[in-house]
Every structure is written in structure tokens, then in C-alpha cells.
Write a protein that binds this ligand. Structure first.
Ligand SMILES: [Zn+2]
Length: 76
């Protein structure tokens, strides 16, 4: 099993998507157990996903003072 395929599967799982065809949860777990590089990659990918989720939460929080966040004007 190629590391690149495992990382695609890890990424899909973190995004709440299903595993890509041809990869089972068991294969994924077995590879992560055997491959330190992919374990490290998964840890970083998870941290990044959580970081982005926090940024999104912060973005939807109303700004103090009632000033609406500026949005770029749409081109006509
Ligand atoms: Zn690997």
C-alpha cells in the first residue's frame, strides 16, 4: 500500500468523507501502525483540520461593536 494512497484516505476521513475505493479501515489502521511517517502526517493533518475548524467558528462570531465583516464586492 502506497503512502500517498493512505494519506488520501486519512484526509478523506478527516473531512468526514468515506474512504476512497480499494482502501479499508483495517488497511488504513494497519498501515498507520507500521508507518511512522504516515502517523506523523495524520497527526499534522488532524491538527490542521481542527485549526481550520476553529478559524471558521471565529469567522462566524459577530464582531464586537456590531460592525458587519466586510465582504468583497461581487463583480458585475
Ligand atoms: Zn506510510
Amino acid at each position: 500500500m502506497l503512502c500517498s494512497r493512505i494519506r488520501t484516505a486519512v484526509s478523506a476521513r478527516l473531512d468526514g468523507e468515506g474512504l476512497p475505493p480499494g482502501i479499508t479501515t483495517e488497511q488504513l489502521a494497519a498501515h498507520l501502525e507500521a508507518c511512522a511517517a504516515c502517523r506523523l502526517w495524520e497527526t499534522r493533518a488532524r491538527q490542521l483540520t481542527e485549526h481550520i475548524a476553529r478559524l471558521r467558528e471565529a469567522d462566524t462570531t459577530p464582531t464586537p461593536g456590531g460592525e458587519a465583516p466586510r465582504r468583497p464586492r461581487q463583480a458585475l
